[in-house]
Design a protein around this ligand. Structure first.
Ligand code: DQA
Length: 150
């Protein structure tokens, strides 16, 4: 069983980027905790960060071959990317959408997620904990899939 984690644009700046909104944890710290959670659950994990929409689309497109679920923070692409939405729709594995900030409590343009309607679910507003809660969901979905596959 294996989960693909995708961090979208600018998330490599975590810790330095608007810490009052996104918190003080760095992406390396979040990734280390995700790896720890995965190891504890006996689940494989691969983590990518990309600032490029096309690369994210390609990663999602290739994911079904080797992964059982996707944990994704699409960052700014949440609000703009029909291409990432379509890639998730086309993938035959479930995706869990996460956000550090509560996107519904921020600027108007952040209150629409093009991804949410095609995600299995969304976790938003708990800082780094959004990832850890989202990981639990992605692991449960991956487990459900591998049972379904026998
Ligand atoms: C974000 C919210 C987005 O609106 C923003 O563009 C980000 C991060 C979050 O995790 O809170 O880059 O996805």
């Amino acid at each position: 069983m294996k989960i693909l984690v995708i961090h979208g644009p600018n998330l490599h700046l975590l810790g330095r980027r608007e810490p009052e909104i996104y918190g003080g944890a760095t992406l390396d710290e979040i990734d280390a905790e995700l790896r720890r959670l995965a190891a504890a659950e006996g689940i494989g994990i691969e983590i990518v960060q990309s600032n490029h929409e096309g690369e994210i689309v390609e990663r999602i497109g290739a994911a079904s071959a080797s992964f059982d679920s996707i944990l994704i923070n699409p960052a700014a692409y949440t609000h703009t990317s029909v291409a990432i939405r379509d890639a998730i729709l086309a993938a035959t594995i479930p995706a869990v959408e996460v956000h550090l900030s509560n996107i519904y409590a921020r600027e108007e343009f952040r209150r629409t997620s093009l991804i949410a309607p095609v995600a299995a679910g969304q976790v938003s507003g708990f800082g780094a904990m959004s990832y850890y809660l989202g990981f639990r969901a992605a692991a449960a979905l991956a487990r459900g899939r591998s049972h379904a596959a026998g």
